[in-house]
Design a protein around this ligand. Structure first.
Ligand code: C2E
Ligand code: MG
Ligand code: MG
Length: 714
C-alpha cells in the first residue's frame, strides 16, 4: 500500500497546487528556450553544411534534400520566439507573427510540393503520413499565432498552451530523431540521433512523469519496430552478436531516460513546494505585521508607515489633512455586561464600520477600543458622524459614546506617532464631558498638554521642595454652624506655573500612577500640623483625608497611615478616610482588604462624592461607611430644580436609615444650608462656611474666633 502511494507520487499522479503547476510550467518554458535555441543553431549549421558540401544543386533539390532539417529548424524558431514571448523576455509583438507567417507559407508550400510530387504513386493515407511532421509544424505555428492573438493581447498566460507547444515541438524532435536515425541505420550507422532527440524531448517535458513514461515508452516501441529489421539484418551479418546486446542497451536507455525525467520532475516539484511554503510564510508574516489580530484591520505599525509616506508625498496637501483618534466611552461597562466575546465582536464590527466610513483613508486599531484615522479635514466631521451613529445608535442597554480627538499636521516632517499622541490627548479632554464628543489639538490644548507633562515630570521635586501644600476646608454642624472638622485638600504652588488646581494635577497623577507620592506628602503634613497644634495647645479638629483608589495599589496606604498615627501620636478619631464612589468599581480585592484594615484600626471611613458619577446603590449595600458625603452636583440649580430637594431628602433619609451620618458638600447659599438642616443632614461643607485655606490661616481664624469651634468632634 505504502509502495503504491510512493509510486503514485513519484510518477506525478498526485495533484499539484496552482503554484507548483505554474512553477513547473515556467521551468519547462525555460527548458524550451534553451533547447530550441540550440536546435536553431545546430540546424542552421547543418543546413549550411549540406548546401556547402553539395555545390551546384538547384533550389528545389536543396529543398527536397533538406526538408526534415527545415521542419525542425522552423519548429525550433517558432518555439523559441513563443517561449521568449511567454516568459516576457521579448516585448515586441510584431516579430513573432511575421516569423510565424513565413513559417506557415513555407510549410504549406512544402506540403503542396510533397503532394504534387507523390500524388500519382501514393494513396490518400500514405500522403497524409508523408506530411505528418509538416502538419505538426503547421499546428504548432497556428497555435502560436492564436496564442499571440488571444492571450498575449489580454496580458494573460495559459499553462496548457505552454505545455501543448512544448509537446508539439517534442513530437517534431522525436520524429526528426526517428527519421534521421532510420536513415543512418540504413547506412549501417548508429541510432545516435534518435537517442539525442529523446533526451531533447524528455528534457522539455519535465511535466507529469507518467505522461513522459507513456510518451517515451510509445516512441521507443514505435522506433524499435521500425529499427528491428535493420538490427536483425546486422545481427545476421555479425553471427548473432548484435541483436541481444543492442536490444538490452536500447531498453536500458529508455529506463534511464525515464528515471532521469522522474528525478528532475521531483527535484523541481520539491523546489516548488519549498518556494510555496516560503511564500506562504512570508505572506503570513507580512499580513501579521500589518494586521490587527482582533479586528483584521490594519495595525499601528502599518498605519504609521502609510501615513508617514502620505505626509512626505508632494502630491498630498498635508495642510488639509487631519489625524483622528477615536475612543468608545463607557466600553468597559459594555464588556462587563455582555462579556469579552461580545465586546470583541462589537469592536470588530466597529472597526469595519470605520473602514467603510473612511474608505480611501488609512484606518487602524491602536489598542482596546481606540481607533485612528488619517483623512481630509473638511470631510472628517461628516464621516465621523457615520461611525458615531453606530456607536450611539445601538439598541443595547449600555450607553456608549464615541469621543474623538483631532490633530492637524503642521509639516511634512510630522511624526504620525506624535500626531496620534496629540489627537489622543485632545480626545481625553472630552472624557466624562457630557455632550462634548470632539476636541481638536490647538494651542490651548498644547499648553495644557505641556503642563501635564510638567506635572508628571516634576511631582518628586514638588514634594521635596514643599510646593505641595495642604489647605483645610471647614465642615460645620448643620444645627449650630460651629466648625467640627476639616477636609484636607492638596494645593500645588509651583515656581513656574504658579498655582495649579487639584482638578488639573490629580487626574494627571492618577493617569500616570504617581498620585501616591502626593497623597503620602499630604498625609504627613496633616499629621505634622496636628501634632504641632496639640503641642501648642491650640484647639485641633479632626481632618478627613482624600484617598485615591490607586494609593492602595501603588503603596501600602493603610500601613503608612498607621505608621504616621504612631509617629505623630494622633488619636484615631482625629483622622477620617475619604474614598470616592468611583473608586469602588475597580480592583476590588486590594481595596476590600484595605478597607477592612482601616475599619479594624478604628478609623472612620467616608464615602466621598456620592451621586457624582453613575451612582450605584450597591456600594451602600456592599460596604460599611460611617459618613455619606453627598456630592455638590445635587445643589447645582437647587433653587430652580424642583426635583433636587426631593432627591436630597431621600438620600439623607436613606443614609440615616442605613445608620450612616450625612454630610453635604458645596453649600454656597443660606437657602441650601437651611434646607439641608431641615432635611436632617447633620454636617455641611462649602464656601458659605469657608474656602480651603492654609494651616496658618486656620489657626489664626480659630484663635481670633472667626471660626466658632465646636466642642463636639465630627
Ligand atoms: P473633593 O474631595 O470632593 O473635595 C471637594 C472639592 O470641592 C474641593 O475642590 C473644594 O475646594 C470644592 N468645594 C468645596 N466647597 C465648595 C463650594 O461651595 N463650591 C464649589 N464650587 N466648590 C467647593 P478642590 O480642592 O479643587 O479638589 C478637587 C478634588 O480633588 C477633590 O474633590 C478631591 O477629589 C481631589 N483632591 C483634593 N486634594 C486631594 C488630595 O490630597 N488627594 C487626593 N487623592 N485627591 C485630592
Ligand atoms: Mg473629598
Ligand atoms: Mg467630594
Amino acid at each position: 500500500m505504502r509502495f503504491l502511494r510512493w509510486a503514485k507520487e513519484e510518477l506525478g499522479f498526485n495533484r499539484n497546487t496552482r503554484y507548483q503547476q505554474c512553477y513547473l510550467n515556467e521551468t519547462n518554458i525555460k527548458s524550451g528556450i534553451y533547447m530550441s535555441f540550440i536546435v536553431v543553431l545546430l540546424e542552421a549549421w547543418m543546413i549550411w553544411r549540406y548546401v556547402h558540401k553539395r555545390p551546384g544543386l538547384s533550389f528545389t533539390e536543396y529543398f527536397d534534400g533538406e526538408t526534415n532539417y527545415l521542419i525542425f529548424f522552423s519548429a525550433a524558431i517558432v518555439l523559441l520566439i513563443f517561449s521568449l514571448r511567454y516568459g516576457g523576455y521579448v516585448k515586441n509583438r510584431v516579430v513573432g507573427p511575421v516569423i510565424a507567417l513565413s513559417v506557415i507559407i513555407l510549410d504549406i508550400a512544402s506540403i503542396g510540393r510533397v503532394l504534387y510530387k507523390n500524388a500519382a504513386e501514393m494513396s490518400g493515407g500514405e500522403l497524409l503520413l508523408a506530411v505528418k511532421y509538416h502538419l505538426v509544424l503547421l499546428l504548432l505555428t497556428v497555435l502560436f499565432v492564436l496564442y499571440e492573438r488571444i492571450f498575449t493581447a489580454k496580458g494573460k498566460k495559459n499553462d496548457i498552451y505552454g505545455q501543448l507547444l512544448n509537446v508539439l515541438f517534442a513530437v517534431i524532435s522525436l520524429g526528426f530523431g526517428i527519421e534521421t536515425s532510420l536513415y543512418d541505420v540504413s547506412k549501417s550507422r548508429q541510432i545516435l540521433c534518435f537517442i539525442t532527440m529523446v533526451i531533447f524531448a524528455v528534457c522539455m517535458l519535465i511535466w507529469k512523469p507518467y505522461i513522459s513514461v507513456i510518451l517515451s515508452g510509445l516512441v521507443f516501441i514505435y522506433f524499435y519496430q521500425l529499427w528491428y529489421p535493420a538490427l536483425y539484418e546486422l545481427d545476421a551479418a555479425n553471427e548473432g552478436k548484435v541483436l541481444e546486446g543492442d536490444r538490452i542497451n536500447f531498453f536500458i536507455f529508455w529506463i534511464v531516460i525515464v528515471m532521469v525525467s522522474i528525478s528532475i520532475y521531483q527535484q523541481r516539484r520539491h523546489e516548488a513546494i519549498k518556494d510555496e511554503n516560503l511564500i506562504a510564510a512570508n505572506t503570513e508574516l507580512d499580513r501579521k505585521s500589518k494586521e490587527d489580530d482582533l479586528t483584521g484591520i490594519h495595525n499601528m505599525y502599518f498605519f504609521n508607515q502609510e501615513t508617514e509616506a502620505m505626509l512626505r508625498d508632494p502630491s498630498v496637501d498635508f495642510s488639509k489633512k487631519i489625524f483622528l483618534f477615536m475612543n468608545v466611552e463607557n466600553f468597559k461597562t459594555y464588556n462587563d455586561q455582555f462579556g469579552y466575546q461580545a465586546g470583541n465582536e462589537y469592536l470588530t464590527a466597529l472597526a469595519h464600520r470605520i473602514c467603510d466610513a473612511f474608505p480611501e483613508d488609512p484606518v487602524a486599531r491602536q489598542s482596546d477600543d481606540h481607533f485612528v484615522v488619517f483623512t481630509d479635514a473638511d470631510k472628517a466631521p461628516e464621516k465621523t458622524e457615520l461611525v458615531r451613529k453606530m456607536v450611539s445608535g445601538g439598541d443595547s442597554e449600555v450607553y456608549l459614546e464615541l469621543k474623538v480627538g483631532g490633530f492637524c499636521p503642521k509639516s511634512r516632517e510630522t511624526d504620525p506617532r506624535v500626531a496620534i499622541d496629540c489627537a489622543r490627548y485632545a480626545c481625553s479632554l472630552t472624557k466624562n464631558q457630557y455632550g462634548q464628543n470632539y476636541r481638536e489639538y490647538n494651542e490651548e490644548v498644547d499648553s495644557e498638554f505641556h503642563k501635564r507633562q510638567y506635572i508628571v515630570n516634576h511631582i518628586d521635586r514638588a514634594v521635596q521642595n514643599g510646593y505641595i501644600k495642604v489647605f483645610y476646608q471647614p465642615v460645620v454642624w448643620a444645627g449650630t454652624k460651629e466648625v467640627c472638622g476639616f477636609e484636607a485638600l492638596a494645593r500645588w504652588d509651583d515656581p513656574t506655573y504658579g498655582f495649579l488646581s487639584p482638578g488639573m494635577f490629580i487626574p494627571v497623577l492618577e493617569e500616570y500612577r504617581q498620585i501616591h507620592k502626593l497623597d503620602a506628602c499630604i498625609f504627613e503634613q496633616v499629621c505634622q500640623n496636628m501634632r504641632e497644634g496639640f503641642d501648642l495647645g491650640i484647639s485641633v479638629l479632626p481632618v478627613s483625608l482624600n484617598f485615591s483608589r490607586l494609593d492602595f495599589e501603588l503603596m501600602d496606604a493603610v500601613g503608612l497611615l498607621e505608621e504616621l498615627i504612631e509617629r505623630y501620636d494622633i488619636p484615631k478619631d482625629y483622622l477620617h478616610v475619604e474614598i470616592t464612589e468611583s473608586a469602588l468599581t475597580e480592583n476590588m480585592e486590594v481595596l476590600d482588604e484595605a478597607m477592612k484594615r482601616i475599619k479594624n484600626d478604628g478609623i472612620a471611613m467616608w464615602l466621598d462624592d456620592f451621586g457624582a458619577g453613575y451612582s450605584s446603590f450597591n456600594v451602600l449595600k456592599d460596604f460599611d461607611f460611617d459618613v455619606l458625603k453627598i456630592d455638590m452636583t445635587f445643589l447645582k440649580g437647587f433653587e430652580k430644580n424642583e426635583k433636587s430637594p426631593v432627591i436630597l431628602n431621600t438620600i439623607i433619609q436613606l443614609a440615616d436609615e442605613l445608620g450612616m451620618l450625612s454630610l453635604t458638600e458645596g453649600v454656597e447659599t443660606e437657602e441650601a444650608a437651611d434646607f439641608l438642616t431641615e432635611a436632617g443632614c447633620g454636617r455641611l461643607q462649602g464656601y458659605l462656611f469657608g474656602k480651603p485655606i492654609p494651616i496658618e490661616e486656620v489657626r489664626e481664624k480659630i484663635t481670633s474666633g472667626a471660626y466658632r469651634v465646636s466642642s463636639k468632634l465630627i
